[in-house]
Write a new protein. Structure first.
Length: 60
């Protein structure tokens, strides 16, 4: 996770599924990873990241 105020990177927990070409959105202090590609298939999975808990949750 990059903090533009401190200009530092901090490691966070990995998403529950590997993906590339993912869409990202931020809402209500959560980061959403939408869709993507796992190397074989297009993904329809949406995961949200809670910074306070340092955890990813599958939303759909």
């Amino acid at each position: 996770m990059y903090d533009p105020l401190t200009k530092r990177w901090t490691p966070v927990r990995s998403m529950t599924s590997f993906r590339s070409r993912v869409g990202i959105a931020v809402h209500d202090r959560k980061i959403y990873a939408i869709g993507g590609f796992n190397g074989h298939d297009r993904l329809r999975v949406v995961e949200s990241y809670d910074y306070n808990k340092n955890e990813w949750t599958t939303v759909s």
